[in-house]
Ligand binder design. Structure first.
Ligand SMILES: [Zn+2]
Length: 319
């Protein structure tokens, strides 16, 4: 069966709904079709311990189109073929009467790669791997942790045109615009943990939570050599998400990797970001370049270029 770009995008969109909630699993989306190409089921993996996307799509078909016969399953990641916290998806596929499976990327664990194909073929179900860059992107954090034991690390820092991260008083929060805060908010919704250095907690006192929908699965991480942190800081006192404290960034990432965290976002400060780069722990760097110039002034008096007409520029580099 041929899939349109719109169909592939729909499957990816379903998968993205799970981002930030599925650790230690990756986000996955699935769609089920009749032999004539009618979509009769959709699903995604909501969180670990719950149904995988394939099982959700099969259940959706049973609810909405009980009389339609399922023929082809499209799934953003190769189905699992070994039981974990839930049964193997290949078993559910075999039971459902599906004839054909197309997956957009293979299992990043070399031991399982293309295992689903062999298991399903033994039961007369054909499999296709339709390579898709967006689907690979989606499981990149999971793939890194499976291969290295460490989470995928994105560093995000806001900077002025004259290269200042923060002023002499460390007021970094005055740098980004409202629009940038929206972009950061979305990024925060996609990750498993947000990490900052002790200075950021002392000077900026951020909540590190998304301004949008609350994500109870998000964990906040503070790296502090001394461990001397203000108890009144929002990350400890707001009674919201869990906050972990580590004395070293590598130890923090190693422990988070062991606990199944796939994607960690570091929001500064510059000292912690530098330390992560020096140790080769950064996978992706996002600089938000703000159209402001501080010079030697206080950041609150920063001069705005273009009288507010210019927007922040988001530059993303991948290691
Ligand atoms: Zn599965």
């Amino acid at each position: 069966m041929e899939f349109s770009t719109a169909t592939l995008n729909r499957a990816l969109e379903l998968a993205r709904r799970g981002e930030g909630h599925t650790r230690p699993n990756p986000p996955v989306g699935a769609m089920l079709f009749t032999a004539r190409g009618k979509c009769i089921g959709e699903g995604y993996h909501h969180r670990a311990g719950e149904n995988h996307a394939e099982v959700e799509a099969i259940a959706d078909r049973q609810r909405r189109f009980p009389k339609c016969r399922p023929d082809t399953l499209l799934v953003t990641l190769e189905p699992c073929s070994k039981p974990g916290r839930v049964g193997a998806c290949t078993d559910a596929i075999i039971r459902s009467g599906i004839k054909h499976v197309t997956y957009l990327c293979t299992d990043p664990n070399p031991k399982n790669r293309n295992r689903a194909r062999r298991v399903l073929a033994a039961c007369g179900i054909s499999c296709d791997h339709l390579p898709c860059i967006e689907a690979e992107e989606l499981i990149k954090p999971f793939a890194k942790r499976v291969k290295t034991g460490l989470p995928y690390v994105t560093v995000k820092l806001a900077m002025t045109l004259d290269g200042k991260f923060a002023d002499n008083w460390g007021d970094g929060k005055w740098i980004s615009s409202e629009e940038s805060r929206v972009v950061t908010g979305r990024l925060r919704e996609r990750v498993d943990a947000i990490m900052v250095g002790a200075e950021t907690v002392r000077k900026d006192d951020p909540s590190l939570l998304s301004h949008g929908k609350p994500n109870p699965d998000l964990v906040r991480v503070v790296v502090s050599r001394s461990g001397k942190l203000p108890k009144k800081a929002q990350v400890f006192a707001d009674g919201q998400n869990q906050t972990l404290v580590f004395d070293d960034p590598r130890v923090a990432l190693t422990e988070l990797g062991k606990a199944g965290f796939n994607h960690v976002l570091c929001e500064g400060g510059a000292g912690l970001a530098t330390s992560l780069v020096e140790q080769g722990l950064v996978d992706e760097w996002l600089t938000v370049l703000c159209p402001k110039v501080i010079g030697n002034r206080h950041i609150r008096d920063a001069a705005l270029l273009g009288a507010g007409k210019l927007k922040d520029l988001h530059i993303c580099l991948r290691a």
